[in-house]
Ligand binder design. Structure first.
Ligand SMILES: Cc1ncc(C[n+]2csc(CCOP(=O)(O)OP(=O)(O)O)c2C)c(N)n1
Length: 194
């Protein structure tokens, strides 16, 4: 599966959910499907999208949070998994798109290309629900099950190492930052309480 196919399959589930992505390819792909005020693309700060998602999930326990992480990014902050597991907010779904590559900076292979198992690492860190999926159908089912479970989940989706032709979008970093802050502090009905 491609990451874009996976994102397309679950895009309709992102209504009312605070979404945090890493920079680069996944941010551009999600925006290509349609930007929403509840989407935040964490630029530059590689490795800490899950930490930002954790903070939002803890601060707003009635709001569902989904993080779209990458294998290279997660590998830079493996200790973050132990912090997720320690606080284990039930309203956080941590999706890792594992293309075995640092795609956004040229496609250098990561440790998952030589066998490192991120779902296994997350489970060993204490994340209560983990899974690895290979197909769009399995990904869609796994996302639905994770959201229904109300249990912290790290879901690794193995995807092809392909991405968009450009990572530049019309949305400026600061505009996204203020828009997302307004979204979080608005009276929007959080999905987790519906
Ligand atoms: C601390 C830090 N180091 C390096 C970079 C440069 N950088 C930006 S994206 C990226 C690769 C991200 O890889 P991955 O998380 O696997 O996502 P992919 O690009 O494959 O979608 C790198 C190395 C950065 N932004 N921050």
């Amino acid at each position: 599966m491609t990451r874009l196919e996976a994102l397309q399959a679950i895009y309709s589930r992102l209504d009312g959910v605070a979404v945090v992505t890493i920079m680069g390819a996944v941010a551009a792909e999600l925006q290509s499907l349609g930007h929403r005020p509840n989407f935040f693309y964490l630029q530059h700060a590689m490795g800490v999208a899950s930490s930002l998602g954790l903070g939002i999930a803890l601060a707003q326990p009635s709001r569902q949070v989904i993080v779209f992480d990458g294998d290279g990014s997660l590998l830079m902050n493996l200790g973050g998994l132990t912090t997720l597991a320690r606080y284990r907010p039930p309203n956080l779904l941590h999706v890792v798109f594992d293309n075995e590559s640092l795609l956004s900076v040229g496609g250098f292979p990561t440790a998952t290309s030589t066998g490192s198992d991120l779902a296994g690492i997350a489970a060993a860190a204490g994340v209560p629900r983990t899974a690895t999926v290979q197909t769009v159908d399995a990904f869609t089912v796994a996302v639905d099950e994770a959201l229904a479970s109300r249990t912290l989940t790290t879901l690794v989706a193995k995807v092809e190492a392909t991405g968009p032709s450009t990572f530049v979008t019309g949305l400026s970093m600061l505009e996204n930052r203020f828009q997302f802050q307004r979204y979080l502090t608005s009276g929007d009905t959080p999905r987790a309480t519906r």
